[in-house]
Design a protein. Structure first.
Length: 290
């Protein structure tokens, strides 16, 4: 006979389970009697747009079922083991790929809503006077940066390499950021262009926003983003490329730049810019020009 001891063992293994008798009456479970879904399925959503009675019926009669919410789908497998009573074990089968895709869809949806709100705010600026206008503009810029960082975060994935020419990279930088670009060499790299430009964009965004007089230096082996601002505070250096490690902003820019480089098999390093400022350097593998 299955008992509460069996339930405890399964819970320690990260599996949700309960015991019922021949009349579908719950005999053993950690803390429930009416089988509310979120009480015994690990990490289940609290709001699922489905009645608890439907979930109970699925658990008692089906071998598998899915829970739908506005932004994701979760799939579950139901296994039953019968002796004098019945042990029902619930396992989530949603793959990591599916979960990642669902999270990305949610991120894109949130970004879309943020940008719609920002557009409405921008149209209202003409009706504001100082100092309110400056504060609203600052908030809009901050939210716009956040929406771009969220989009970049959702786009981080292994992508196919291609030939990327340094002069094209330089033109992109001048067109988007209007900062000086010092060309100390020419060449072609076999990397993914989207990931490379994503890393550069996030580094430059930080340099333009928080540094002073940013400049980009490009040679055959690396791209450096330099600025002459106040530099990085000591408290952020130990966890420099981790998310939300910041004293001023959202804290995703350096994390995204680092991940984009890693997915491109590149390196991203930091050093102080003497006497003040910061230098971030992307080291690029070179493909000899034919």
């Amino acid at each position: 006979m299955f008992t509460s001891r069996d339930i405890q063992i399964l819970e320690r293994l990260g599996m949700a389970a309960f015991v019922i008798d021949s009349d579908n009456v719950v005999l053993a479970t950690k803390q429930i009697s009416e089988l509310p879904f979120f009480s015994f399925v690990p990490d289940a959503p609290m709001s699922v747009n489905v009645r608890r009675t439907d979930i109970r019926e699925a658990l008692l009669t089906r071998d598998s079922f899915a829970i739908m919410s506005p932004t994701r789908e979760r799939n579950f497998q139901v296994d039953r083991f019968a002796e004098e009573n019945t042990l029902i074990v619930v396992r989530e089968t949603t793959s990591k790929v599916e979960q990642t895709e669902q999270v990305n869809i949610l991120i894109y949806h949130v970004v879309h809503e943020i940008r719609n709100a920002l557009n409405n705010l921008s149209l209202s600026l003409d009706y504001l006077n100082e100092p309110y206008m400056s504060k609203v503009e600052e908030s809009i810029d901050r939210m716009d940066r956040l929406s771009q960082q969220l989009t970049d975060f959702a786009s981080l994935s292994q992508l196919e390499p291609e030939d990327v020419h340094l002069d094209e990279v330089a033109e992109y930088i001048k067109g988007v950021f209007d900062v000086p670009v010092i060309m100390q060499g020419e060449g072609t790299w076999r990397v993914n262009k989207k990931l490379l430009l994503m890393a550069i964009r996030n580094l430059l965004d930080n340099a333009v926003t928080y540094g002073e007089d940013p400049v980009v230096v490009i040679d055959e082996h690396q791209i450096s983003v330099e600025d002459h601002g106040p530099g990085l505070p000591p408290q952020v250096l130990d966890r420099l490329f981790t998310p939300f490690n910041t004293t001023k902003s959202v804290g995703l820019g350096l994390f995204i730049a680092k991940k984009a480089c890693e997915l491109n098999n590149l390196t991203l390093d930091y050093k102080p810019n003497v006497p003040h400022g910061a230098i971030f350097t992307i080291s690029l593998p070179i493909v000899p020009r034919m």
